[in-house]
Design a protein around this ligand. Structure first.
Ligand SMILES: *Cc1c(COP(=O)(O)O)cnc(C)c1O
Length: 405
């Protein structure tokens, strides 16, 4: 049983390496595959509760339930039976207007409904943005560590990917030198994720401006992923990249999924299609959701995330083999370095996560799935008591597997 799981894991890792070497069509080890494999390896006789610190979906926890206003808005729209018709291609005009007003609150200029295309979640916005940029021979700059959806969308369209570095010791800022070194005449765009997944970083206004100026100098479009907009709990406030749209043109992608804690509603913005028809009904509720959600809802959610991030940061100090170079300030994640050399019989990040799942029923995401081998991504969007339990188990696991000295 143990060997089986390990071999499956290795097999997938090897496939990934092969894919990188030969560029053929084999499947890479994705976040979803990794999490699936870890879940399969949980001991069915372990009666303890599962601690899911690898996912990015807080919605199962009661403390992260969406705002009542959002639920009411969708229910009222459904009951009204006024929105069961086909939507216009780019989304319902009142919903587009509401998104324009909502985003404009943070900008020095006003967007109009014409600037907004509604999508089935932020993921579809990403797919559309990437597809629209893919011309033969062109490439795109993605951050490392990354959000895997961009690689997948690029691979699908034939757009080549280049990874620029984020600097862990500098709060995961963009390594401008690495961007300048990578960009060539075929580079069409740079993706900037702020607040960051998986880094938990929140960029300052000055840094965003510098990135915008660099993009302009290099002739790149900016794709600003702001799906974690306003989810900040450190010292830097959230600043929209769009503040610098006069420097460089940009596409902004976002959704209700993270700030409203409803990833299953599949409501995002950039361009729309509506394969399921659900988008149509919930679209009609968008104006009420964006306009009527009370600040208390957001504050409560941010308070839990801040508490969770503090718990993780403090508890990790007691675990020598895991170090955190940069305290998270936003989004729902924290990237930490795994010092495998301090552990006995653990090969790498993937092996660590597999054994942790098996022995402790705790799921963490191996950094190699987001482009950083021997790092780990920890989700802070958990009920704080569950989180503490998970960290205690990680500590016990690390102690048990520490190298004797
Ligand atoms: C979750 C996430 C998305 C996708 O959001 P959906 O609205 O659920 O499609 C996009 N970008 C980043 C960085 C994310 O973490």
């Amino acid at each position: 049983m143990e060997n089986n799981g390990r071999m499956l894991w290795r097999y997938n890792k090897e496939e990934k390496h092969e894919e990188i070497d030969s560029g053929d069509k084999k499947k890479p080890l994705t976040v979803r595959t990794a999490l699936g494999l870890l879940l399969e390896n949980i001991d069915p006789n372990d009666e303890r509760t599962l601690v899911p610190m690898g996912h990015g979906d807080p919605s199962p926890f009661q403390c992260f339930r969406t705002a009542a206003t959002a639920e009411d808005a969708v229910v009222a729209t459904l009951r009204s039976a006024t929105s069961n018709c086909y939507a216009t291609t780019y989304g319902l005009p009142p919903a587009r207007k509401a998104v324009a007003d909502y985003i404009s609150k943070d900008l020095p200029y006003k967007l109009s409904a014409d600037d907004i295309h509604l999508t089935a979640g932020c993921k579809q916005a990403i797919q559309l943005a990437i597809t629209s940029l893919a011309t033969p021979g062109s490439n795109i700059l993605l951050p490392k560590p990354t959000f895997a959806m961009y690689d997948a969308a690029a691979a699908y369209t034939g757009l080549k990917v280049q990874q620029y570095d984020l600097l862990p010791e500098r709060g995961w800022e963009v390594d401008i030198d690495s961007v300048e070194a990578l960009a060539d005449s075929n580079t069409v765009a740079i993706v900037v994720i702020n607040p960051g997944n998986p880094s938990g970083s929140v960029y300052t206004r000055q840094h965003l401006q510098k990135v915008a100026e660099t993009a302009r100098k290099l002739g790149l479009l900016v794709i600003a992923d702001e799906v974690y907009e306003h989810i900040t709990f450190g010292t830097n406030p959230f600043v929209r990249m769009g503040e610098f749209a006069s420097i460089v043109p940009m596409l902004t992608v976002g959704s209700l999924s993270k700030r409203w804690l409803v990833p299953g509603w599949r409501l995002g913005w950039l361009v729309t299609t509506d394969p399921t028809g659900f988008l149509q009904k919930s679209q009609a509720a968008v104006p009420q959701i964006l306009q009527n959600t009370k600040q208390e809802f957001f504050s409560k959610c941010i308070d839990v995330l801040r508490l969770d991030a503090d718990i993780i940061y403090e508890k990790l100090k007691e675990i020598p083999c895991i170090t955190c170079p940069s305290k998270p300030e936003g989004s729902m994640f924290i990237m930490v370095k795994l010092n495998v050399f301090m552990l006995d019989g653990i090969l790498d990040d993937a092996d660590f996560c597999l054994k942790l799942a098996k022995q402790e029923k705790v799921i963490l995401l191996p950094g190699s799935t987001v482009g950083m081998e021997n790092w780990l991504r920890i989700t802070c969007a958990l009920d704080p008591s569950v989180l503490e339990e998970g960290l205690d188990r990680i500590k016990a696991f690390c102690q048990r597997n520490a190298k004797a000295h």
